[in-house]
Ligand binder design. Structure first.
Ligand SMILES: [Zn+2]
Length: 237
C-alpha cells in the first residue's frame, strides 16, 4: 500500500459544537489571569519571561535562573509570585515548590508531544497535551511541527503548521480527546488525558473497559481552534 500524504490548509475555525464547548470552558478558565490582565506588572513580567524563555532553553527555566534574571526582586518575593501563578494555574510547581513542572503549554518532563518551532532561536520542547501543542504556533507566531503518537496504538502522529494553518498531518483520520475532568489544576487532572488518537475507532478501543470520563472527541480542526483560543493571547498583555 502506498503512503498518502495529505496536503491541506486547515484554519483554526470551529464547528458549532466546538464553539459551544469552548464557551463552557471559558467560564471555568480564568483567562484574565492566564493572559496576564489581572496580574501586577512584576507577576506578569515573570509569567511572560517563563513562557518566552522556555523554548529558547528547550526547557522551563529553573527557579535559580529566574532569580538571577530578576535581581530587582528578593527571592522571597519571587517565590510568592510563583506561588500566585501556580494558584491561577498559569504554571504548576512541583510538590516541594522547588521547580516549575508546567508552564502551559510547556512541560518540564517528557510527554508524548514534541513541539519544534521553525526558528533557529528555539529548541524542541515538550508540550503538556495535544491542545497545548496546537497552541504554540499562535503564541509565538511561528511555524511549528508536532511529533506525537496515537494514545492507543502508539502509531506516529505528525502535524505541520505554517502561517498558523495546518498544511500537513497524518494519520488522516486523527482525532483529539479533549478531557474535561478538571480538578485542582490542568497539569494533574486534564493534561495527560488530552491526547491524539489515530482514529475515532482507536479512541473507542482505548476507552473500552475504562471508566467514561467527561470530555469530547474533537476533529483536528476543532482542537486547533482550541489551541488558538487558549494560547493566542498569552503573550499579548
Ligand atoms: Zn491508534
Amino acid at each position: 500500500m502506498t503512503k498518502k500524504n495529505h496536503i491541506i490548509n486547515i484554519k483554526p475555525e470551529p464547528t458549532e459544537i466546538a464553539r459551544n464547548i469552548f464557551q463552557e470552558e471559558e467560564e471555568i478558565e480564568n483567562f484574565d489571569a492566564k493572559f496576564g490582565k489581572i496580574l501586577s506588572k512584576e507577576e506578569n513580567d515573570i509569567r511572560k519571561f517563563i513562557l518566552r524563555q522556555s523554548p529558547v532553553l528547550g526547557q522551563i527555566p529553573s527557579l535559580e535562573h529566574i532569580k538571577k534574571v530578576f535581581t530587582r526582586l528578593s527571592n522571597e518575593k519571587i517565590d510568592a509570585i510563583l506561588n500566585k501563578l501556580d494558584q491561577f494555574d498559569i504554571i504548576h510547581l512541583n510538590d516541594d515548590k522547588t521547580s516549575i513542572a508546567a508552564a502551559y503549554p510547556f512541560s518540564s518532563s517528557k510527554t508524548s508531544h514534541i513541539v519544534t518551532m521553525k526558528n533557529e532561536r528555539y529548541k524542541k520542547i515538550y508540550s503538556m497535551c495535544a491542545v497545548d501543542a496546537l497552541g504554540v504556533c499562535f503564541m509565538f507566531n511561528s511555524d511549528v511541527s508536532i511529533d506525537s503518537h496515537c494514545h492507543h496504538c502508539k502509531d506516529e502522529v505528525k502535524i505541520e503548521i505554517k502561517d498558523n494553518k495546518i498544511n500537513y498531518f497524518k494519520p488522516k483520520n486523527m482525532v483529539v480527546w479533549y478531557d474535561r475532568e478538571y480538578s485542582c489544576c490542568a497539569a494533574i487532572s486534564q493534561c495527560k488525558n488530552i491526547n491524539f488518537f489515530s482514529s475515532e475507532q482507536h479512541f473507542n478501543e482505548w476507552q473500552k473497559g475504562k471508566p467514561r470520563r467527561k470530555g469530547n472527541l474533537l476533529q483536528l480542526q476543532d482542537a486547533f481552534y482550541f489551541g488558538k483560543m487558549f494560547f493566542e493571547n498569552r503573550l499579548k498583555n
